[in-house]
Design a protein around this ligand. Structure first.
Ligand SMILES: Cc1ncc(COP(=O)(O)O)c(C=O)c1O
Length: 259
């Protein structure tokens, strides 16, 4: 008996939860997903924001097709000189002036792992701080930065010397000291319900990190693009305009804190 795609999925593909959404998608265009039986779904998730310019955007398709005509994967990042990588690095350092070098990875959680390792290696320090109710990814180092038992309890013990602070509580800043390798802060905490961290607290945090930082290491800012984009799709026009003005202020605030 020939198994359906759904049966094969359930039988052979590891699922992320006991109740996967299991939408059987045959194509996607713009904000819509299409199913085998002519179903049309508005995509409010956008690949958790990875596809946030819409599915099969013509500019993205054009760029991918042009690259496919030349070469695909050749070598790990940072070995060969490959124009897409070099030009993207140049663009990114133009957006974030304190940074002048980019290390490419495949996922958010790898970025966190890289930042943990880099901070420990460069400073020779081991203490790391992060904030409660943040989400940083699913690898062991990133999990260690998270405070929720829901994510961490099956995998303990995790990394030592990691401490979780309450965001917005100025009294915790004194814990950040000259043994601290890094502070990880999610500026909008997704797991707390898309909760922005108070900008005065962020400025005080920046100051404390500057006072205690090793050479020119910068604390790493992260933002929950996913939650923002989902909200953006779901909100009505009025909320959307309020959101846009809030986001502009928020971005300007972050930029001034970062610099
Ligand atoms: C704030 C934040 N950090 C890190 C991650 C991990 O990224 P990835 O799933 O690409 O490993 C996510 C993923 O949702 C995230 O929302």
């Amino acid at each position: 008996m020939q198994l359906s795609l759904r049966q094969l999925f359930l039988r052979h593909q590891a699922q992320t939860s006991p109740a996967p959404m299991a939408l059987e998608v045959v194509s996607a265009e713009g904000i819509y997903l299409y199913g085998a039986n002519e179903e049309q779904w508005m995509d409010m998730i956008s690949g958790i924001s990875v596809s946030n310019v819409g599915h099969r955007h013509p500019h993205v398709l054009k760029a991918i097709n042009e690259q496919l005509e030349k070469y695909m994967h050749l070598m790990v990042y940072g070995e060969y000189i490959l124009s897409p990588q070099v030009l993207l690095a140049q663009k990114l350092v133009g957006i974030f002036p304190p940074l002048d070098s980019v290390y490419f990875v495949n996922s958010g959680t790898e970025a966190i792992e890289g930042a943990i390792k880099l901070s420990r290696r460069v400073t020779g320090r081991s203490k790391i701080f992060s904030f409660k109710d943040a989400y940083h990814g699913s690898t062991t180092g990133a999990l260690s930065l998270m405070s929720s038992d829901y994510f961490t309890s099956p995998f303990e013990p995790l990394l030592p010397h990691v401490h979780h602070l309450n965001p917005g509580d100025f009294s915790v800043l004194e814990f950040i000291d000259h043994d601290t390798a890094a502070v990880f802060v999610e500026i909008i905490r997704g797991e707390a319900g898309a909760e922005p961290v108070d900008s005065e607290f962020l400025q005080a945090l920046r100051l404390r990190c500057t006072e205690t930082e090793h050479s020119s290491l910068r604390m790493k800012f992260k933002q929950v693009l996913e939650e923002q984009e989902i909200s953006l799709l779901a909100w009505e026009k009025e909320s959307f305009l309020t959101y846009l003005s809030w986001r502009r202020e928020w971005e300007a605030g972050c930029r001034s804190v970062l610099l």
